[in-house]
Design a protein around this ligand. Structure first.
Ligand code: IPM
Ligand code: MG
Length: 366
């Protein structure tokens, strides 16, 4: 059966980077015989404008049924004043939660051609290749009680709850250990066990899991120290596993080591079913960048690298994934850059020109 993909371009630069994904998917269908059923729907602000909600039940049902979902980005100032429950981000959070996408894989990879783009010294980042595994459906993002309440003294109180049950820690821990096993056999688990009980439990459960992964070296680090170590000596890390909120912060930090958020893909995976298939959503780490939306300035490579992750994790096509990743490397080696990375000695190109250049590199690799 032909596998199915749902495209959710979303807001801001989402639609323009997704246009380049269409081009890439067409190329794989034409040239490599890799056919997908491709459907498209709305998420985020554009869904609010059209349907009054950031994600319709129908779009959610399509996402449930698809073999993989590709998402652009959501949000923007236009919707910032809406009630919290109606904001574009709720669409994304509902997708993550309802699809059970608890494991968020965020690689930070420094391409040789971009070593100079990092704000850190080249020797600190050259060859950097780390993976942040962020828990995505628990913790303070979803914990109850939550909300804003009125107090008797006339003040208001904002409440969110950091909560993790054993099974949530164990399943994300296993994903991280397995990944470390396929990489450099090093796992660093990150929490604040010095302050938070949820962190104490996290550390205990991850430590217990280690018994099943004798070949993986496990270390523990407090989240604040991890933030510091990421900018001090990022190459000490292989795989980092952490909770939802720390993962949000640390993955932005790790992303910036590579020079641009415009280069980083991510995968969000659910539990494997009986046939070993996982629900999966792939999206760039960058946001909707409303300031540059519609101007052809956006870097489509993070979105395109998300397609590579999809080929690898959802469709078990590591060779096709590599083809795409190599084409990205080659296109960068030609000196072509979108605005986010353009500088001395490079040629600035538009979003669509970058897409074209990538297709050219893909084709010439045949
Ligand atoms: C991310 C984003 C989201 C998050 C927002 C848009 C809700 O920052 O994917 O990292 O906080 O998870
Ligand atoms: Mg974030």
């Amino acid at each position: 059966m032909t596998p199915s993909i749902l495209l959710l371009p979303g807001d801001g630069i989402g639609p323009e980077v997704m246009r380049e994904v269409r081009r890439v998917l067409d190329w794989f269908a034409r040239t490599r015989g890799l056919e997908f059923h491709v459907d498209e729907d709305l998420v985020g602000g554009v869904a609010i404008d059209t349907h009054g909600v950031p994600l319709t039940d129908a779009a959610l049902a399509k996402a449930q049924a698809a073999d993989a979902v590709l998402l652009g980005a959501v949000g923007g100032p236009k919707w910032a004043e809406l009630p919290f429950e109606n904001q574009p981000e709720r669409g994304l959070l509902r997708l993550r939660k309802d699809l059970g996408l608890f494991a968020n894989l965020r690689p930070a990879l420094v391409f040789d051609a971009l070593v100079e783009a990092s704000s850190l010294k080249p020797e600190l980042v050259r060859g950097l290749d780390l993976m942040i595994v962020r828990e995505l459906t628990g913790g303070v993002y979803f914990g109850e009680p939550r909300g804003i309440t009125e107090l008797a003294n006339g003040e208001r109180r904002g409440v969110n709850t950091q909560v993790y049950d054993t099974h949530e820690i164990v399943r994300i821990g296993r994903v991280a250990f397995e990944l470390a096993r396929k990489r450099h056999h090093k796992l660093c688990s990150v929490e604040k066990a010095n302050v938070m009980e949820s962190g104490v439990l996290w550390r205990e459960e991850i430590t217990k899991l280690k018994a099943d992964y004798a070949d993986v070296e496990l270390s523990h680090m407090y989240a604040d120290n991890c933030a510091m170590q990421l900018v001090r000596q990022p190459k000490q890390f292989d795989v980092v596993v952490t909770d939802n909120l720390f993962g949000d912060l640390l993955s932005d930090c790790a992303a910036m080591l590579t020079g641009s958020l415009g280069m980083l893909p991510s995968a969000s995976l659910g539990d494997a079913d009986a046939e070993g298939r996982r629900k999966a959503l792939y999206e760039p780490v960058h946001g909707s960048a409303p300031d540059i939306a519609g101007k052809g300035l956006a870097n489509p490579l993070a979105m395109i690298l998300s397609v590579a992750m999809m080929l690898r994790y959802s469709f078990d096509e590591p060779e096709e994934a590599e083809l795409l990743e190599k084409a990205v490397q080659r296109v960068l080696a030609t000196g072509k850059r979108t605005r986010d990375l353009a500088g001395a000695g490079t040629t600035e190109v538009s979003t669509a020109e970058m897409g074209e250049a990538l297709i050219y590199e893909l084709s010439s690799s045949q």
